[in-house]
Design a protein around this ligand. Structure first.
Ligand SMILES: NC(=O)c1ccc[n+]([C@@H]2O[C@H](COP(=O)([O-])OP(=O)(O)OC[C@H]3O[C@@H](n4cnc5c(N)ncnc54)[C@H](O)[C@@H]3O)[C@@H](O)[C@H]2O)c1
Ligand SMILES: O=C(O)[C@H](O)COP(=O)(O)O
Length: 567
């Protein structure tokens, strides 16, 4: 397992009996957790800190669990652990209060020049005139990412400090945001010009890396100050340096960097040393209380797992027990892929995961007779949130799926239908799954409906329907999904754009209207010719899909919309 706060030198190193489970603790972990482990009869080895790499993992022939006493699992090769069947657990909530309070500390420190006041006075300089600050009460705070930390910061700022709080999180529940005193906006463009302070609380994902760069800083008030107690890289550090040097913004409070500790001469160190920056060395979770919380959290899980029980916060644990696993495993994979496809394809383009969102998950055929569908339910929640939370949503499991769904305002009804295939399907599969989502917005009580269907063949999973389009592809890797008019030349145009951006196509499929949709077009009031020409182009691609590429594809002739999905 990982972190600890006990002195490696003083730790017991007496040889354990061959049957005593051994626990390796290559990181700081507070004594409360260590006491839990040793009182459970385990032998503790405490080497110097190290990363949990693939080779370290494979050296542990009997290794069952790796624990991270915190949220981020950046120092663990989770993929390798998963491949080797090793459970990785973390503490998703133990240091939330600490991180939120540290954000408030940096907010006040940047507003009132606290560190410079202290530094200069220690040098016997009395620089009152140079250190006039600004008040935060009545000012506007922008919060990007309204998860556990972001919401806490928002509550303190609005209820405690009297700030106006404006939030941006495409996946946040509107009701929860309102309860925290946050006015939601739909884009950074809308948020940035109005804020006096900006704080980011997203995980570091492909979609949040460099979320704020030169273009964004230029849109802010020159008096604005920005904060980062999330992860280094959400602000582009070079752009932030430039924004401070050029006076596009007034200051920054930074706890996290792209390189920790930052090396001599590096951009992160220049940022930390900048006169307009208040910096701390990743102290967000460094409180006695938080270290105790995370230590107890993960050590309890380690004890439970080694006794054969279930973790409460498994980053990668198999979602089901061994006897259920064999039967459900491919469907767990299918449902998780369907959920992830839904969020990435639909939730980002047409709607967000919010309170006004209802899902219906239908099990068809043999699958309809399964009574314990908790693993499938958990797999759907995991898939839905996987692209929008820390550690890729891997901390969702059968224990916490219901709570996470509730927190996110996701309502899921499960249905069992014994006919072997969905009624819309032209092929027959022994077992299949349909996800139907209904989003109601504003006065439109009828709502929008979206459908994804899939099936399992052997151990491989397939998507057979995306809304009105009959598809048949494996949801793996990076996919581009283009909604287009199915006319000559479209494929060639798209291929040329991809070629210009150095993107390889690994497979391609044109998904036309399914029978039901074709009938509706022919019988209905829609312009038959154009209606029948709609199709989806599904491309498996290799190479980096940039926002410029997506923009170019979106503008290509005959393309109605485009999304990128990483599965
Ligand atoms: N500095 C520290 O010591 C410290 C301590 C704890 C947590 N953290 C970090 O703080 C961050 C937030 O942690 P958390 O527990 O609140 O995570 P969380 O998963 O509870 O919340 C993250 C939120 O970000 C939102 N989000 C994802 N992509 C977004 C986007 N493109 N735009 C806007 N919002 C987006 C998600 O919907 C979610 O609501 C994480 O990066 C975590 O690692 C740092
Ligand atoms: O990932 C986390 O929990 C926080 O960033 C804190 O990390 P730390 O435990 O390394 O301080």
């Amino acid at each position: 397992m990982a972190p600890s706060a006990i002195d490696p030198v003083s730790s017991s190193v007496t040889a354990p009996s061959p049957n005593t489970p051994r626990i390796l603790i290559p990181e700081k972990l507070s004594p409360e957790g260590l006491a839990l482990l040793s009182s459970s009869g385990f032998h503790l080895d405490i080497p110097p800190p190290t990363k949990v790499t693939a080779s370290l993992l494979s050296a542990g022939a009997k290794l069952k669990v790796v624990a991270r006493a915190g949220v981020g699992v950046d120092n663990i090769d989770v993929k390798a652990a998963t491949e080797q069947g090793i459970i990785v657990v973390n503490s998703p909530s133990g240091n939330i209060l600490a991180a939120a309070e540290h954000t408030i500390a940096l907010l006040m420190a940047t507003a009132r020049n606290v560190p410079r006041g202290d530094q200069t006075l220690k040098q016997a300089k009395w620089e009152r005139g140079k250190l006039v600050g600004v008040e935060v009460g009545g000012k506007t705070l922008g919060v990007v990412g309204l998860g556990k930390v972001g919401l806490k910061v928002a509550r303190v700022a609005s209820q405690g400090l009297g700030m106006q709080v404006v939030g941006l999180d495409p996946y946040a529940s509107a009701d929860v945001a309102k309860g925290a005193g946050v006015t939601l906006v739909g884009s950074l463009d809308e948020l940035l010009p109005q804020v006096d302070f900006l704080t980011v609380h997203t995980p570091l994902l492909a979609s949040t890396l460099n979320l704020l760069g030169e273009e964004q800083f230029k849109k802010m008030k020159s008096t604005a100050r920005v904060l980062n107690v999330a992860r280094g890289g959400v602000y582009n550090e070079e752009a932030l340096l430039k924004a401070l040097d050029e006076g596009w913004i007034a200051g920054a409070g930074i706890d996290v960097f792209t390189q920790e500790p930052p090396k001599e001469g590096s951009v992160p160190l220049k940022l930390a040393q900048h006169p307009k920056v208040v910096s701390t060395p990743h102290l967000g979770a460094s409180t006695v209380e938080a270290q105790e919380n995370v230590s107890i959290d993960v050590c309890k899980q380690v004890v439970e797992i080694l006794k054969g029980g279930l973790p409460t916060a498994a980053v990668n644990a198999p979602l089901i027990l061994p006897e259920e696993y064999r039967r459900l495993q491919p469907f767990v994979k299918l449902v998780e892929k369907i959920g992830s496809l839904y969020t990435q394809h639909y939730a980002t383009t047409t709607t967000s995961l919010s309170n006004s969102h209802r899902f219906e998950l239908t099990y068809h055929g043999d699958l309809a007779s399964v009574s314990n569908t908790r693993p499938l339910f958990a797999a759907l929640v995991k898939g839905l949130v996987s692209s929008i939370s820390d550690a890729g949503g891997r901390d969702v499991n059968i224990v916490n799926a219901t709570i996470i769904a509730k927190d996110r305002g996701i309502a899921i009804d499960e249905k069992h239908v014994s006919s072997s295939s969905p009624s819309s399907s032209s092929s027959t599969y022994a077992s299949a799954v349909t996800l139907r989502s209904i989003t109601t917005d504003g006065d439109n009580s009828q709502g929008r409906e979206q459908i994804i269907e899939g099936y399992v063949s052997g151990n491989a999973v397939f998507i057979s329907k995306l809304d009105k389009f009959a598809a048949n592809f494996q949801p793996e890797g990076t996919l581009l999904i283009l909604h287009n008019y199915d006319e000559p030349g479209k494929i060639g145009n798209v291929g040329m754009v991809l070629g210009r951006h150095g993107i390889n196509i690994t497979f391609m499929q044109v998904a036309g209207l399914n029978q039901e949709a074709r009938r509706a077009v022919v019988d209905g009031p829609v312009d038959t010719e154009n209606g029948l020409k709609e199709a989806l182009m599904i491309l498996g691609v290799g190479g980096e899909v940039t926002s410029e590429l997506l923009e170019e594809l979106g503008k290509a002739e005959g393309i109605l919309d485009v999304s990128v999905v990483r599965l």
